[in-house]
Design a protein around this ligand. Structure first.
Ligand SMILES: [Zn+2]
Length: 290
């Protein structure tokens, strides 16, 4: 009898310990994907999306495919892709493999803060929580249609905030210029299709005032644009890059399909190739619509 009693007590103790461990794991030990409370106390709660049951109509690919037509900076080498094996192997099975080479900054890609920010984060150092962010989309396509050298102004940002509220901490701001409709026509998209020609670049970007406001008055994870650069075509000092990368904010360039996103409510996942020490690199970017 005494022996059974002890056994029962031990069993109850074991159940209690197991329950405590499980509860502790659920509450304090396993953060929601995308959140990093230790690093980002101000980060808003991530969207409650069940990633196992995604409605395909609510997933938007913001990425251009990489091929020989992919737009790179005029001074950069184009994307290279060579088939090494393609077809039936000597062993009788189907086998394909290819090699590729690319500049970091071309096609749909991410600019690491180290690109224009000395001592700032390289590709492999950007926290994953910063690559999964609520997207705030500022549409300046009407102004850009009238002026290819238009730059997002501070007034554009404040007008957006008047309508949609202050840009929350931990946001990804996406600047929609409408330039996606020209992809992959280099002459229309860049202003020039001559290799090496940087004197005739014309496309919209971000003004110094808007960049400074977003870098200093707001707490962004990143900023993206549907042109080849955060700085407009004629820029010689790349001031938007300097200001934003200098504030450890990454950039997304040549972002596709921005016209399909709402001004607010989408969650963007931008995963670049993890190049150790990289200043940038190709990124697969998707948006989850609300
Ligand atoms: Zn870049």
């Amino acid at each position: 009898m005494h022996h059974t009693h002890k056994l029962l007590l031990a069993l109850i103790a074991a159940v209690l310990v197991l329950t405590a461990v499980l509860l502790w794991n659920r509450t304090s030990h396993a953060p929601e994907p995308g959140s990093a409370p230790m690093i980002d106390p101000g980060k808003p709660e991530p969207a409650k999306t069940d990633l196992t049951k995604l409605d395909e109509t609510k997933v938007i690919d913001l990425t251009y495919a990489f091929d020989e037509k992919t737009i790179y900076w005029p001074t950069a080498k184009p994307f290279e892709w060579q088939k090494e094996s393609w077809g039936q192997s000597v062993g009788g099975y189907w086998y394909t493999a290819a090699r590729y080479a690319a500049s970091e900054h071309g096609g749909t890609h991410l600019d690491s803060p180290i690109h224009f920010g000395q001592g700032k984060a390289a590709m492999d150092e950007i926290p994953l929580s910063h690559l999964i962010s609520p997207a705030m989309v500022i549409d300046i396509s009407a102004a850009c249609a009238k002026d290819a050298d238009y730059r997002l102004t501070l007034a554009d940002v404040t007008a957006w905030e008047t309508q949609h509220g202050s840009i929350p901490d931990g946001s990804l701001v996406l600047v929609h210029t409408g330039w996606g409709k020209f992809w992959p026509d280099k002459k229309k998209y860049l202003g020039t299709d001559v290799p090496g020609d940087t004197a005739n670049l014309h496309f919209p970007g971000i003004s110094r005032e808007a960049a400074e406001f977003l870098a200093r008055q707001r707490k962004l994870d990143g900023i993206g644009i549907d042109t080849a650069s955060m700085d407009y075509g004629p820029s010689k000092d790349f001031i938007a890059h300097q200001v934003l990368n200098g504030a450890n904010i990454y950039g997304l360039e040549n972002v596709a399909n921005l016209e399909r996103l709402p001004a607010k409510g989408a969650t963007v996942i931008a995963l670049p190739m993890k190049i150790k020490g990289g200043t940038g690199g190709p990124a697969r970017i998707i948006a989850l619509l609300p």
